[in-house]
Design a protein around this ligand. Structure first.
Ligand SMILES: Nc1ncnc2c1ncn2[C@@H]1O[C@H](COP(=O)(O)OP(=O)(O)O[C@H]2O[C@H](CO)[C@@H](O)[C@H](O)[C@H]2O)[C@@H](O)[C@H]1O
Length: 408
């Protein structure tokens, strides 16, 4: 079937509360959390949609939706965004799950001209050309196609695990399975195939399955728990192999759900190094973010040193030592401060002679001079949030940490 007759609409699920990311999500929705200094997490999926030539876009928000709305309205204004973008607030209702959220908006989608609808999560860091997924879907005459990739079997309980036949047609689906349920699906490398939470539907198939699901009393109204298991035994549901997707200018396939603090931190570390797994600069597949900001200033001193790091716009750094870190925009780092393996999320001030290692600092924090964070597990656990992985998360209101707004 020729793709020129098809119109692609994208429904972006941006309503998760992000409780596993707190305190990063205390004041904003998970998709609006700052990422890599200059961006918000939702910029990845939106950039993929724009670069893939999607015709219409709906963002379904629920939690802290005003901030998300403000960001999208300001930064994704019409001249930047060739597709029509609609921001919709889903209501608290009996139909709580992801499928319930889409079902609530069916009337909006009925007015659209889209022949195919993508349902996408807003909190994943990746680059993907959805037109190639549509080609695959059309070739197989699928009703639904699920994007998938292999992950180590021990991570399977966080995902929907897929069984498929030699034609890539789905033959089994286990949402957040117990280990014994998927033992037979572990390959020789100890991997299982999991859903990335990106689904492509024929318009009619999506509408029909959501309508049927809405009438089921015992349904959780969730794509993974209910829609896929009900659909694959009756309809042609196929698996799209993410590793077959070729994004111009990219040589690696990277995808990460940044729904936990450890995953969020690791995704930042993956931005660093001579050949990073995630590249922010790719003119062939641009990542759109905020409008340009003023340049950063590095005060002259032979004691300054910056290695393997990304420094956001509008920062002021004086005689500080920064190694393997991501510094968000408008940060001030004072004389003698030393940072290693850190993520400063934006508008952070680090006082003179402070030492930070393996730390996320949330937006708008001021760290007092001579602080030492990330070196003494007992002290860190008493004063900050310290995760089992050793990562320390610092937010305003903790000992020695004030909000910048309180000072000005
Ligand atoms: N009411 C609502 N309104 C709008 N948006 C909402 C919403 N509730 C949740 N969302 C958003 O929907 C997306 C999916 O969220 P879920 O938390 O339900 O799925 P999860 O990520 O656990 O698993 C899913 O994604 C993983 C991959 O990460 C798959 O393996 C698995 O099968 C699949 O269920 C997220 O972007 C979330 O923010």
């Amino acid at each position: 079937m020729a793709q020129q007759h098809q119109r692609l609409g994208c429904i972006i699920l941006a309503g998760g509360q992000g409780s596993r990311l707190r305190p990063l999500t205390s004041h904003c929705a998970k998709p609006a959390v700052a990422f890599a200094g200059h961006y918000r997490v939702i910029d990845f999926v939106l950039s993929n949609c724009i670069n893939s030539g999607c015709d219409e876009l709906w963002v379904l928000g629920q939690y802290q939706v005003d901030g998300l709305h403000h960001y999208l309205h300001q930064q994704w204004s019409k001249h930047r965004c060739p597709a029509d973008i609609h921001i919709v607030k889903t209501r608290e209702s009996k139909l709580k799950g992801t499928a319930g959220a889409v079902f609530q908006q069916l009337q909006q989608f009925e007015h659209s001209q889209a022949t195919h609808l993508l349902v996408l999560s807003a909190d994943h860091v990746y680059k993907m050309d959805f037109r190639q997924m549509l080609d695959f879907h059309l070739e197989r005459e699928a009703c639904m196609t699920i994007a998938a990739m292999p992950v180590p079997a021990e991570l399977a309980p966080q995902f929907g695990v897929i069984a498929m036949d030699s034609q890539q047609r789905v033959t089994g689906f286990y949402e957040k399975p117990k280990p014994h349920q998927i033992r037979h699906l572990i390959d020789n490398n100890g991997m299982v195939l999991v859903s990335m939470g990106n689904y492509l539907f024929n318009r009619y198939c999506l509408f029909q399955s959501l309508q049927q699901d809405s009438k089921k009393i015992l349904s959780r109204h969730d794509f993974g728990h209910d829609i896929i298991p009900a659909m694959y035994p009756k309809e042609p549901v196929y698996v799209y192999d993410f590793s077959s997707n070729l994004v111009p200018g990219e040589s690696q396939h990277y995808w990460r759900d940044v729904g936990t603090q450890d995953a969020f931190f690791q995704a930042h570390m993956d931005l660093l190094g001579p050949n990073p797994a995630v590249r922010l600069h790719n003119e062939h597949w641009p990542l759109f973010g905020k409008e340009p900001m003023p340049p950063s200033y590095f005060a002259g001193s032979d004691k300054s040193s910056i290695q393997d790091s990304l420094i956001g716009a509008g920062c002021e750094l004086s005689a500080a030592s920064i190694r393997h870190s991501v510094i968000g925009s408008h940060c001030r780092i004072h004389q003698g401060a030393e940072l290693e393996d850190c993520v400063l999320m934006g508008q952070v001030e680090v006082g003179a002679n402070s030492k930070l290692r393996n730390v996320i600092v949330t937006e708008n924090c001021r760290i007092a001079g001579h602080s030492s964070i990330g070196f003494n597990p007992r002290f860190d656990s008493q004063h900050y949030q310290r995760l089992p992985s050793g990562l320390v998360v610092v937010s305003s209101g903790q000992a020695g940490i004030s909000a910048l707004n309180d000072l000005h």
